[in-house]
Each structure stands twice: as structure tokens, then as C-alpha cells.
Write a protein that binds this ligand. Structure first.
Ligand code: ADP
Ligand code: MG
Length: 472
């Protein structure tokens, strides 16, 4: 970069900044409208198939873990960035006796290749993991190993252990998978790789997290994922699912996978940056809520704002730094690191700019500006996530005290964003408190269900085991 820098046009910077801040504003009133809209969409999605942008998918999970589950079970969790394989030895009332897992990142080329390439890779990793099973795990003689498959994309379930992929999200795009049975694909790949295993449950990560959360805490009724993408699941009364024509579940309840990432409402505070990000994405027009609040996108929003400031106000000198023009170079973990920089001279911000964008010699003022931008983006995301949660509380009647009685609601939370982005998490929790009020917020609790989705899938594989006596 040239050492003679055109001076920054601060007036223009401030203009762009103020406009962005204003457009991102989320007053409590606005959030309440958003929550109401979320509740309405939930109703519509439950009323009829395709009745809403919210798919409100019936999970076929009508019984959450009881804590009685026993035996060795595997789970495979295909998220957005990584996939995890795990095995647990369940010991009934004594809980999880042993647990082992392995995490592998998904090679980017497999996210946009063929289903065979992706599933062969997954099966190969699974085979390696199974081969290392130690004697802490006991498979009764004559039994096949069983697996719960957590697949975090919209799936139309056909039963607890089958379902077809509706569409991809989070940067995946494998055309030959759409409409295919996800379990059949996995089973075929396992066969090709010589794994003799039975897939007993196919679950969304939110459903897995709900199951894992319930195993530890009986008051868990909602699960929310904030990771690469975002989604939520909750326990619904079967009679409140008009589109469900299957046999009424004995429990009277059914877990619904909302697929709330695709939520959209005129109340959402969209900016030009969101619209540009969307139209250049692999899934334009879809997952708008997800694109505003989740880990895959927030860093990219920041990059776009900085790009405009660089272009129109010479924030980083005469020209726009080439690296800054690369979509998705600025990832949310980096944004989070800059946001959390507490050093006096904002050293971390300086280092990130240098390492990722090859921008050196920024002034303290510029670094402060960047921290403030991180704050605007994270605050908007976190507050919108809180509004979504209020939407679910409203749908389940948990947002008000009834006859002086308040239901206790525990929300199982998971995902890398929730786990690591402290400012985001704090803001979200504070906002929920603001939205539901002092009294009710004593009854609404968020718990981190660490890797709940994987364990939850193993638990659901156990409760739907092909060997279980009471299986209907
Ligand atoms: P997935 O959603 O792919 O199943 P995770 O739940 O582990 O996987 O979430 C990973 C995502 O979480 C990353 O893509 C990133 O967006 C976000 N993330 C991870 N670490 C951090 C961090 N330190 N700060 C902010 N976001 C993070
Ligand atoms: Mg995940």
C-alpha cells in the first residue's frame, strides 16, 4: 500500500456510520413486533405444509429422553463448519458412563461437490472412529451398532429415521442431494466403506440439543442453536399441530423444528449491506434472519461496511485494501476477538487488521470505530435472537403468568457463537430479561447444553433402538 495516504474523510465515515447505526436500531417495541410476527409465522407453519416461511417441521420425536437409556450408541453431527462423531455408553439412571468424540472440519470443496463425495468422506471418518472403540464400550453380542444422525439442514422427516433434504443452507450447495433420503445416503456410504451400523434416528441439531438438554434437566422445553447458522426447536402440544395427520403421540407432545433461520418480517432492521450479502449468497432471498444473527454472516456484514468506508471515505488510504474486497475473509470469530479487545491501544484490533486484511498503521480512532461497528452488528444480532426466543415463549404461552402460576422454562443453548461470543451472549440474555420483564425472567433460564446435539442424537438413537422392547 502506498505510504502517502490520502487523509481519511471523517465526515463521510461518520455519515456512513450513523446511517448504519440508525438502520440497525432495535428498540424494545420493534423487538416485540418481531416476536409477534415470529409467533404468527409459527402458527401459520403448523397450520399447513408450506403455510409459512417457517417450515415448523414435525420431528417425529414425541418422547424426549427419560434418563433410563442404556447401552452404547453412536452419533454423527453434521453442522456447518465441522462434523463430530461420538459414542456414549449410557448406564440408565447413573447417566453417561463413558463418552468419546472426534471432530473433523469439512473440506470446503465437499460442501459444493457431490453427495457421494461428502458422504464417503463422512463414512471414512466414522470408520476410523469406530475402529478405535475401546473396551469402555459394551455392545451386546449379536447386535449391530446404532447411530443417531444429527443433520442440521431442513429435512422433511418421513419417520424418526428417514427424511428428505429440502434445501441447503450455510454455504452448502450439493444439487444431487435435494429431495434425497438423508439416511439412505449415509447408509449407502457406510456400506461402501464397510461399516456395519444401523441409523436409528435422524434429527436436526436443535432437536438433538433439546433431547440432550432434557436428559440433564426436566424443565428444558426449547433449544436454540447459534453457530454457523441459527435454528430453534421446542415441544409443542400435538393438538396444536393442525397439519399433523399421523397417529396422535401417546405423550400428546411433539418436538417441532422451527427452521426459524428462514424467518422474515417487514419489522426486521435490514440494511443495504444485508441486502447485498443476501443477493450475492448461494441462497438469495432465503434465511434472512439467519443472515442477520448467525456466525457465518456477522463478520461478512462488518467487512461490507468497512469496504464502503474504505471506498467512499478513504478509511484505509487511497485505495480499498485488496484483501478487504474478498467476501467472507473477515470471520465472526475475528470480529468477536476485535470486539472483546480491552487493551488501551486496541492491539488486537490492530493485529487482526494486519493479519487478515494486510492493513497496517491504523490510528486508535479507526480501531475504536471498528470496535463500535462490531458492537452495532453483534447487538442487532443478539437482540433479534432474543426476540425470536420471545416469539417461541409467546407461542407456548410461557411469556405470561397463568392464574398466578408461572411455568419454569429452561432453554438449552448451543453453538459456537453462543459459546464464544461473550458480548453477544450477554446482550441476548439481557434483552430477554428486558423483553419478558423482571418477574417472568426469574422463570426463564438459558443453559449451555455443551455438545447437546450429538449426545441428544445418541439418546434418541437409544430410545428408538431397533432392539428396544417397547418399540412400536
Ligand atoms: P456448526 O454451527 O457448524 O455446527 P458450531 O456450533 O461449532 O458449528 O459453530 C461454529 C461457528 O460458531 C463458527 O462458524 C463461527 O461462526 C462461530 N464461532 C466460533 N467461534 C467463535 C468465536 N470465538 N466468536 C464468535 N463466533 C464464533
Ligand atoms: Mg452444530
Amino acid at each position: 500500500m502506498s505510504s502517502v495516504m490520502k487523509s481519511i474523510r471523517w465526515c463521510k465515515v461518520v455519515e456512513i456510520y450513523n446511517e448504519f447505526e440508525e438502520k440497525c436500531a432495535t428498540s424494545n417495541d420493534k423487538l416485540k413486533h418481531i416476536a409477534e410476527a415470529m409467533t404468527e409465522e409459527m402458527h401459520a407453519g403448523l397450520a399447513s405444509e408450506g403455510g409459512s416461511k417457517l417450515k415448523m417441521l414435525v420431528s417425529y420425536v414425541d418422547n424426549l429422553p427419560t434418563g433410563e437409556e442404556e447401552g452404547v450408541y453412536y452419533a454423527l453431527d453434521l453442522g456447518g463448519t465441522n462434523f463430530r462423531v461420538l459414542r456414549v455408553q449410557l448406564a440408565g439412571k447413573s447417566g453417561i458412563e463413558s463418552q468419546e468424540f472426534m471432530e473433523v472440519s469439512i473440506p470446503p470443496q465437499l460442501m459444493v461437490g457431490t453427495s457421494k463425495a461428502l458422504f464417503d468422506y463422512i463414512a471414512t471418518q466414522l470408520a476410523k472412529f469406530v475402529a478405535k472403540e475401546s473396551d469402555k464400550f459394551h455392545l451386546p453380542p449379536g447386535r449391530k451398532r446404532e447411530l443417531g444422525f444429527t443433520f442440521s439442514f431442513p429435512v422433511m422427516q418421513l419417520s424418526i429415521a428417514s427424511g428428505t433434504l429440502m434445501r441447503w443452507t450455510k454455504g452448502f450447495s450439493i444439487d444431487d442431494m435435494i429431495g434425497q433420503d438423508v439416511v439412505a445416503e449415509l447408509t449407502q456410504a457406510m456400506k461402501r466403506k464397510g461399516i456395519d451400523m444401523h441409523v436409528s434416528a435422524l434429527v436436526n441439531d436443535t432437536v438433538g440439543t433439546l433431547a440432550g438438554g432434557r436428559y440433564n434437566n426436566n424443565d428444558v422445553a426449547i433449544a436454540v442453536i447459534l453457530g454457523t447458522g441459527t435454528n430453534a426447536a421446542y415441544v409443542e402440544r400435538a393438538k396444536d399441530i393442525p397439519k399433523w395427520h399421523g397417529a396422535p403421540p401417546k405423550s400428546g407432545e411433539m418436538v417441532i423444528n422451527t427452521e426459524w433461520g428462514n424467518f422474515r418480517s417487514s419489522h426486521l432492521p435490514l440494511t443495504e449491506y444485508d441486502n447485498a450479502l443476501d443477493s450475492e449468497s448461494l441462497n438469495p432471498g432465503q434465511q434472512m434472519y439467519e443472515k442477520m444473527i448467525s456466525g457465518m454472516y456477522m463478520g461478512e456484514i462488518l467487512r461490507r461496511v468497512l469496504c464502503r468506508m474504505a471506498d467512499e471515505a478513504a478509511l484505509f488510504g487511497d485505495t480499498v485494501p485488496p484483501k478487504l474486497k474478498t467476501p467472507f475473509v473477515l470471520r465472526t470469530p475475528e470480529m468477536s476477538a476485535m470486539h472483546h479487545d480491552t487493551s488501551e491501544d486496541l492491539r488486537v484490533v490492530g493485529k487482526k487488521l494486519n493479519d487478515i486484511l494486510e492493513i497496517s498503521n491504523t490510528s486508535l480512532e479507526t480501531r475504536k470505530l471498528i470496535v463500535n461497528l462490531c458492537n452495532i452488528i453483534a447487538t442487532r444480532g443478539a437482540r433479534l435472537a432474543a426476540a425470536g426466543i420471545l416469539g417461541i415463549l409467546r407461542k407456548t404461552g410461557r411469556h405470561v403468568a397463568k392464574n398466578g402460576e408461572t411455568a419454569k422454562t429452561v432453554i438449552a443453548m448451543d453453538g459456537g457463537l453462543y459459546e464464544h461470543y461473550t458480548e453477544y451472549r450477554k446482550c441476548m440474555e439481557n434483552t430477554i430479561h428486558e423483553l419478558v420483564g423482571d418477574e417472568l425472567s426469574q422463570h426463564v433460564k438459558l443453559v449451555h447444553s455443551n455438545d447437546g446435539s450429538g449426545i441428544g442424537a445418541a439418546l434418541l438413537a437409544a430410545s428408538h433402538s431397533q432392539y428396544s422392547k417397547d418399540r412400536n
